[in-house]
Design a protein around this ligand. Structure first.
Ligand code: GLA
Length: 749
């Protein structure tokens, strides 16, 4: 396993192996081309030299310089440069000192090291010397005087490879006269070439209140491209693309998933060429990007994770879950059951005060809930969303007695206390804006474009980062606060920084993102015991970058369990269930207007962090009476949900009728199956469900969770794993009416 390098005819061959995949490329010819050869199911190490087939047409330029362009336009470059005959999209372009755009990437050296170096200032996966091996390919663009370092970290026990890129201005370019900068206009993080297949892509699309809905398409000629230019990963498109065999499904076929560990503007695309090869690329979106790289300076492009599965989409998801649980999320809470929280946003919106919160806390405590989270509206003069962001001073007209008094009272009741903040924002109606209008991102002379009546702080400025951190720090230190919901409720427009000057505006999007990372790094360093939940107008910044700082992220403002089936399915395509913020909502649901059984709302929230977002003093008595049983259900199953392997059994998005997922413990001794019958089919009293992921030779006992008993019923059947998987079971239950659900628990006997 790991990484090997071997001398071959005319170059070097690099082979990167994970337990079930191989990734192979070579260097070639006098130009030092770095050419991709293979990515897929693991290959044995011999006889690979001819895989690149560079002796056959299209030949290397050294064999036929006259037709160099034919070669350039079909060569499988590991990191394609710009403007020298490869007409497909490139990974890397600049404006040189003398004004030219072209780039080239030629091998010069390499080293292989144990472990995985950190990416300074950026979130990234991690692994120690036993878990990872890293290959650094040093390449040069001699004309531009640039060094390009391609990093490949291979995980020993997970079918994942992390790639990133560093570009250094060596000051040796042909036009190097002074200390002026090269301007990088594009620096993507990965490029992988695929040949000879018929492929589909899977991407995630959405909007506010319906984030990350799966979208599968057949890949035709040209580009399938998704992007964000919104300054965050966004509700609309997601920094993820999978390329898969056209006939691959949940359990079979080759699937390649690419996930960007970044929270700002991105581009991800698959391009099918005239020769049927497919180039997949991902990285920072080049739109409005222009980075000045002075002599001696370096630019680091964030990392892309690629995961390979030879057993369909499901295995790709489980690999991402394992990787992100063990090698990305750092919080001490990642391996713990989180406190069951109740959040007052949809309970009260802005209309709350100390008394109301204490009444909710008292009732919540009686029902077994463990933490109260005070959402938006506790500061400045904020009774609606038109003002006060930036003025993080508690509003004592509402919070009588102050924040510490409220927190102490809630603690006395026996609940932890959490708080909401939106630190990156500034309202034009705020003391902060009146004092520092230039701290808002905007273009001089243009009326700034408002969204939710607010502007965004210019976090490219170190003094704004410092000030913002000071505000968060002051609030967190002012009382016994156990949890912070860090929100970000508008996307970036009007890209203008008062500090970056004429040459620097193309750096603002990325510098903003680096500013967010600086803030969150300081936060988790200074408050290691704080439970941090990131959020962005629901789930607009649910990405691997933010998971590096917070073990959970608010998945969506839409808590309707039917919509959540699709949202959570799409989110769990990449992210572990332990990271998905999920609450039981009030009904009719505030986003969809739909009324669903209280039990079903609980089953769906159980697949995430689990909490409540309703006024527990005012909901129907029957619903309130069910909460202790749901609390018991969470305590009984959360360890399994958080740590197990996730299997999609049936998808409502596809069949429009029912949904089923399963979590199997790593030792296969236990499994939890959730069935939601969304639209009841007449006379469909039972349904045959073929389970997955069990040990065929183990015998399991099956029980249903019974809400009335707040515990499981007696054993229903006893069956072996093979029968449960290949013959299936009848999932009986009360399916008369829509939106009914059931929980089935299997335990080895
Ligand atoms: C965003 C969040 C909500 C809530 C509101 C408060 O929309 O996603 O959960 O916190 O902001 O303004």
């Amino acid at each position: 396993m790991g990484i090997t390098c071997k001398d071959i005819d005319g170059g070097k061959l690099f082979k990167l192996d994970t337990p079930n995949s191989s990734y192979i490329f070579r260097t070639a010819d006098n130009d030092g081309f770095i050419l991709h050869m293979y990515y897929g199911k693991r290959l044995s190490g011999t006889g690979l030299d001819d895989l690149a087939r560079i002796k056959e047409p299209p030949f290397l330029p050294s064999g036929n310089e006259r037709e160099r362009c034919s070669f350039m336009d079909c060569a499988p470059f590991e990191y394609p440069g710009h403007g020298l005959g490869d007409y497909r999209d490139d990974a890397f372009s600049v404006i040189s000192n003398d004004g030219y755009f072209a780039t080239s990437v030629s091998y010069s050296d390499h080293r292989i090291i144990q472990g995985k170096p950190r990416l300074e200032g950026l979130p990234a996966t991690f692994g120690n010397e036993d878990e990872c091996t890293t290959l650094e390919i040093t390449a040069v663009d001699a004309i531009n005087g640039l060094e390009i370092i391609l990093y490949y970290s291979v995980f020993e026990n997970v079918d994942a490879i992390a790639r990133s890129v560093k570009i250094r201005n060596m000051g040796t370019g042909s036009a190097e006269k002074d200390n002026s900068s090269i301007r990088i206009t594009k620096a993507l993080s990965t490029c992988v070439e695929f040949y000879g297949g018929d492929y589909d892509t899977i991407t995630l699309h959405g909007s506010w209140a319906r984030e990350r809905i799966m979208d599968r398409e057949h890949l035709g000629y040209g580009k399938r491209s998704i992007t964000s230019v919104r300054g965050e990963s966004s509700h609309q498109e997601h920094p993820f693309i999978a390329l898969l065999d056209h006939d691959a499904n949940e359990d079979h076929g080759n699937v390649y998933g690419f996930s960007f560990v970044y929270s700002g503007n991105f581009t991800a695309q698959a391009e099918k060429s005239q020769f049927d090869s497919v180039r997949v690329m991902m990285g920072i979106n080049p739109v409005d990007f222009c980075w000045n790289l002075k002599v001696g300076e370096e630019f680091r492009a964030p990392e892309v994770i690629s995961v390979y599965s030879d057993e369909g989409i499901g295995k790709m998801s489980r690999t991402f879950h394992d990787l992100y649980r063990n090698h990305l999320i750092r919080s001490k809470y990642k391996d713990c059951k989180r406190p069951i929280l109740i959040n007052n946003w949809e309970a009260t919106y802005f209309d709350f005060n100390t008394d109301k919160l204490i009444a909710i806390a008292k009732q919540a405590k009686e029902l077994g809930i463990e933490m109260l989270v005070m959402d938006d509206g506790w500061f400045g003069h904020r009774n609606d969303d038109s003002n006060s962001l930036g003025d993080w001073i508690v509003n004592e007209d509402k919070i009588k007695g102050g924040l510490k008094y409220l927190v102490d009272e809630v603690n006395k009741i026996g609940l932890k206390f959490g708080i909401w903040m939106e630190p990156e924002m500034i309202s034009p109606d705020s003391d902060l804006y009146r004092a520092h209008p230039d701290w808002a991102i905007q273009i001089p002379g243009r009326k700034p474009t408002l969204s939710r009546a607010q502007l965004v702080l210019d976090l490219s400025r170190p003094e704004v980062v410092d000030y913002t951190f000071g505000q968060v720090e002051r609030i967190l230190k002012s009382a016994n606060i156990a949890y912070l919901k860090w929100d970000m409720n508008r996307q970036l427009t009007d890209i203008g920084s008062a500090m970056l000057g004429k040459e620097g505006q193309g750096e603002l999007f990325h510098r903003y993102c680096l500013g967010v990372y600086k803030l969150q790094e300081r936060l988790v360093t200074e408050f290691p015991d704080l439970l941090l939940e990131n959020c962005s107008g629901g789930g607009a910044r649910f990405d691997p970058g933010m998971l590096y700082y917070s073990p959970q992220i608010w998945t969506s403002d839409d808590m309707d369990p039917v919509m959540r089936l699709q949202i959570q399915q799409g989110t769990a395509l990449i992210y572990p269930l332990s990271s998905m913020g999920a609450h039981v909502c009030d009904c009719p649901n505030h986003s969809t207007g739909r009324t669903t059984p209280f039990a079903t709302r609980g089953y769906v929230a159980l697949a995430g962090t689990f909490g409540y977002e309703l006024d527990v003093t005012r909901i129907p008595e029957a619903d309130r009476n069910m909460i202790p049983a749901q609390v018991a259900m969470y305590h009984k199953y959360n360890d399994l949900v958080r740590t197990g392997d996730y299997y999609r059994v049936a998808s409502y998005l596809e069949n429009h009728e029912w949904d089923c997922w399963e979590v199997v413990s790593k030792d296969k001794k236990e499994a939890l199956i959730t069935i939601i019958n969304v639209i009841g089919r007449v006379n469909m009293k039972s349904r045959r469900v073929k389970l997955k992921g069990l040990d065929p030779s183990k015998t399991y006992s099956l029980r249903y969770y019974n809400m009335d008993k707040a515990d499981e019923d007696e054993e229903i059947i006893r069956l072996k794993g093979d029968a449960l998987m290949y013959a299936g079971i009848n999932a009986t239950g009360d399916y008369h009416g829509d939106f009914k659900g059931r929980l089935l628990h299997l335990v080895e006997i």
